[in-house]
Design a protein around this ligand. Structure first.
Ligand SMILES: *Cc1c(COP(=O)(O)O)cnc(C)c1O
Length: 341
């Protein structure tokens, strides 16, 4: 298959329209059979549930080319499962998990010419999402929904190596204790936009959100989970019912324990102990791990010993091992690599 004429290494992280996307509609209590379409536009009623009351959730995963030339996705079953949980929490109908995976496969297959070649550092980002599509005016769930999957090629997250970032402790909250922080809802992002733009205006790359109830415990950033390494080489990741269960973070914990022989635990992390960690990183699909060099708490700086030039040694090992598994250079645990045939 002929690849598109794209400068893969210089792609950014922005939307590029590809050839096909998947659409299924839910009406009268059932999903239709779904189909691929060339039409990238969505036409819905002016009073659609998504427009008035933000009834929408999404997922994000990547397809890429392995060292031996296969096109694969990474643990799409976990995205399917997470989207089911998101849908239920937002009173939306569940799009069946096996159909979710089938839709992802169809979209990747139909846009195979956009899957970046091995070694380019670029990937095909896949965005499944669902929204209330019929008119509501009283506050209530929609009766009709659309489930869609599109994809867009994105560039290497770190151009010229991963430079550690600087983040600040944020005065705004991301998620309430019994709210929607644990699901991938658009609403969690809408209200984070002000905080992230404010962080950028103040010269920070990201926000560290603390738990809204006590503001003493580390939660996550707007779109990535935290991972810390203690001075004696133990991996620690915050546990909370209001953070998003990152597929990357869960995979890294497994890699730490089973591949690198490290101790790893998910537990509550108090902000007070952050200054004692040796390394810090943010994990998510886009970057796998972004190293954090410095955290600023209202003028008080925490500088990790790993510094501002490169990833710390443990985070580097975690990064190399997980990306090695993803790219087919290291044997993957059963079921992690999902080939698109
Ligand atoms: C998507 C997301 C992540 C990262 O999850 P992955 O499954 O690793 O991509 C982390 N935090 C939030 C708030 C997210 O929305």
């Amino acid at each position: 298959m002929e690849k598109k004429d794209i400068d893969w290494a210089n792609l950014g992280f922005s939307y590029i329209q590809t050839d096909k996307r998947y659409v299924a509609n839910y009406k009268n209590g059932a999903w239709d059979e779904g189909a691929l379409t060339s039409d990238a536009t969505v036409v819905i009623n002016e009073s659609a549930g998504v427009l008035q009351y933000a009834q929408t959730c999404f997922e994000g995963l990547k397809a890429y080319t392995t060292e031996d030339g296969r096109i694969v996705t990474f643990r799409p079953d976990l995205n399917a499962e997470r989207m089911e949980n998101s849908a239920k929490r937002l009173e939306m109908p569940v799009f069946p998990q096996e159909r979710f995976i089938d839709a992802v496969e169809q979209v990747v297959r139909a846009n195979a010419a956009y899957v970046p070649p091995y070694g380019s550092g670029a990937t095909l980002y896949i965005r499944p999402y669902m929204f209330g599509s019929d008119a509501v005016i009283g506050v209530q769930p929609s009766n009709e929904y659309q489930f869609r999957v599109f994809c867009t090629p994105v560039g290497p997250y770190f151009k010229g190596g991963a430079k550690p970032i600087t983040i600040r402790v944020c005065d705004y909250d991301r998620a309430a204790p019994h709210g929607t922080g644990h699901i991938k809802a658009g609403l969690n992002y809408a209200m984070s936009l002000y905080a992230i733009m404010d962080a950028h205006r103040q010269g920070f790359d990201e926000n560290m959100y603390l738990d809204a109830a006590t503001r003493t415990k580390v939660e996550e950033t707007g779109g990535a989970n935290f991972l810390f390494v203690t001075k004696d080489g133990k991996v620690v990741t915050p546990k909370s019912s209001s953070i998003l269960p990152s597929v990357t973070r869960r995979s890294l914990i497994y890699v730490a324990q089973k591949y690198l022989g490290l101790e790893a635990e998910e537990r509550e992390v108090y902000f007070d102990e952050v200054k004692d960690f040796a390394e810090c990183g943010l994990c998510g699909t886009a970057a796998v791990i972004s190293p954090v060099g410095k955290i600023v708490d209202h003028g008080k700086e925490i500088c990790f010993p790993s510094g501002m030039e490169k990833m710390g040694p443990v985070i580097q090992k975690l990064y190399d091992t997980l990306t090695g598994i993803q790219m087919g250079r290291i044997e993957a645990p059963e079921g992690w690599i999902h080939e698109i045939r």
